[in-house]
Design a protein around this ligand. Structure first.
Ligand SMILES: Nc1ncnc2c1ncn2[C@@H]1O[C@H](COP(=O)(O)OP(=O)(O)OP(=O)(O)O)[C@@H](O)[C@H]1O
Ligand SMILES: [Mg+2]
Length: 495
């Protein structure tokens, strides 16, 4: 029996000035399947799903949903056909409650007070069904990114009319437990005959929950495969168009002298954190999401206020009260939330890569234009930022390429201590390897690198030493000879 097709895209083309985001894409979604979209940063995945949601119009091609053909699809039509999307970037009203955010579309023109209780009751029911421990009354602004994402997911599945559910990198901000909840949900939805498109840069997830996978490259749909008939190696080479060496680049230089020492840092939800880092060393920060890793390093960077504690650099005590002062001392940080803190989306790539180093490339009051250009050019090349040019607005780049701009912006400062918070989140496998290589080169030049990461592979592959955090405290520290996955997990869970 032929499988039932719930969605079919034929020859979709979408261009932006200087960019072909979709170059004759063909894609078919079967009823009740989980279909992965896989491809490098900028391959066109988000563009494809935005087309299916009617969020933007294609230049040409057709989209057929449930047998109905569309040449141009509006958001309303897509919704009426049962298409729901959880986007890569949040789209919420932070000042409203969780319940209000979920049922927001129903708010219009109703008696808000009366409905609110109803929303809360419905949301509570939904969360119970999802096995999610969340109070519908709290403001979305107070939630961690993981919970914000769960709210988006709840919203998408709350509609009884949903037939096609699209998830664009849903797991990127989730904790391990939340990923479990999501995967169980996906199973249940599948049983109900809902068709799903799932985007992720984490290969094991594709093998865990997807039935088929379509690989995209350079705006083209390369191939669709049954997940059980393929493997990681094949998918990676289809994605990047070449064989990829996935080994972590080894350390080739010695670790140098002490650069930075933090003593008994308190505040921002963490207590008595001490650590040291040396020139040319990569220090990993492990621990579950929300155990104070980001909070600790924001204290060092002056982004949040310390209650007590001391930071020394080359033996001298620092008094850092703002990120600006931290930068002046040679401490740079790339935040995990690029959209809020990492990049200026309304500014060009060129402006972003130069903004933190303007004094350095100026003569008198004039910025030396050629230095700006050289600097931007260098990072676009070395990080392989996918863009038609350096004047492109950062906001027009794909998610992963925005992350690369955030990285470039910090790297340009030529910091002595570079703090990277989840540096490869949302980054494709090829670009990940490039970032690891770059980290090795920088550390070989004597830079001290602190890397917060939730990816065990990169922690084990890149760190010289690992600090393990648990519930706002330092649970321990492990050297390269001592650390392995099991020890880190045990320590992180407070054993
Ligand atoms: N509004 C826009 N203006 C100009 N170019 C755009 C715009 N939106 C997307 N692009 C470009 O289209 C291409 C495809 O982007 P898309 O967001 O679909 O990539 P993606 O596969 O989702 O990547 P990622 O894994 O990084 O999220 C990229 O080169 C991107 O820069
Ligand atoms: Mg995307």
């Amino acid at each position: 029996m032929e499988p039932e097709i719930s969605l079919s895209c034929k020859d979709l083309v979408k261009t932006y000035p200087g960019v072909i985001a979709m170059d004759h894409i063909n894609f078919e979604l079967r009823k009740g399947e989980v279909h992965a979209l896989l491809g490098e940063n900028g391959a066109g995945k988000s563009t494809l799903i935005k087309s299916i949601a009617g969020a933007h119009q294609c230049d040409s091609g057709t989209i057929t949903i449930d047998g109905k053909e569309f040449h141009s699809l509006t958001p309303l039509q897509a919704k009426e056909m049962g298409v729901e999307v959880v986007y890569q970037e949040f789209n919420q009203m932070p000042s409203l409650s969780v319940a209000e955010n979920i049922y927001l579309t129903e708010l219009r023109g109703k008696r808000i007070v009366a409905d609110q209780r109803e929303f809360e009751r419905k949301a509570a029911e939904l969360f119970k069904e999802m096995n999610l421990d969340l109070n519908p009354k709290v403001k979305v602004a107070s939630l961690t990114n993981g919970y914000k994402q769960m709210v988006e997911i709840a919203k998408a599945i709350s509609k009884p009319t949903t037939k096609i559910l699209i998830l664009d990198e849903p797991t990127a901000p989730l904790t391990v437990d939340q990923v479990d909840i999501l995967f169980r949900l996906i199973h249940n939805l599948k049983e109900k005959g809902i068709s799903m498109i799932f985007i992720s840069h984490r290969m094991p997830e594709i093998f865990e929950i997807c039935d088929r996978v379509t690989v995209m490259r350079d705006g083209k749909s390369i191939q669709t495969l049954n997940v059980k008939d393929t493997n990681r190696e094949e998918l990676v080479s289809l994605m990047v168009g070449r064989k990829l060496n996935e080994n972590f680049p080894p350390r080739e230089t010695e670790i140098g002298d002490l650069v930075l020492e933090a003593k008994d840092l308190c505040g921002n939800g963490v207590e008595n954190i001490s650590f040291q880092i040396h020139a040319g060393e990569i220090l990993g920060f492990a621990g579950l999401v929300g155990t104070g890793r980001t909070e600790t390093l924001r204290l060092v960077y002056g982004a949040d206020k310390m209650d007590s504690g001391e930071v020394y650099m080359y033996g001298k005590k620092l008094h850092i009260r703002s990120p600006k002062q931290a930068l002046a001392h040679g401490i740079a940080l790339v935040p995990e939330d690029r959209k809020l803190q990492g990049v200026f989306l309304h500014m060009s790539i060129k402006a972003n890569t130069n903004i933190s180093i303007l004094p350095k490339i100026s003569k008198g009051i004039f910025v030396q234009a050629h230095k700006e250009t050289e600097n931007a050019d260098q990072y676009i090349k070395s990080l392989r930022i996918r863009t038609p040019g350096m004047m492109q607005l950062a906001g027009n780049l794909s998610g992963g390429n925005q992350q690369k701009v955030a990285l470039a912006k910090a790297l340009a400062t030529e910091a002595k201590v570079l703090i990277l918070d989840e540096p490869t989140r949302g980054i494709d496998v090829g670009a990940k390897m490039e970032i690891y290589q770059l980290m090795r080169e920088l550390s070989a030049q004597g830079m001290a690198i602190i890397m917060i990461s939730s990816e065990m592979d990169e922690l084990l592959g890149m760190s010289d030493r690992i600090v393990v955090m648990s519930e706002g405290r330092k649970a321990g520290e492990l050297s390269k000879e001592e650390f392995n996955q099991e020890r880190i997990l045990n320590m992180a869970s407070g054993e």
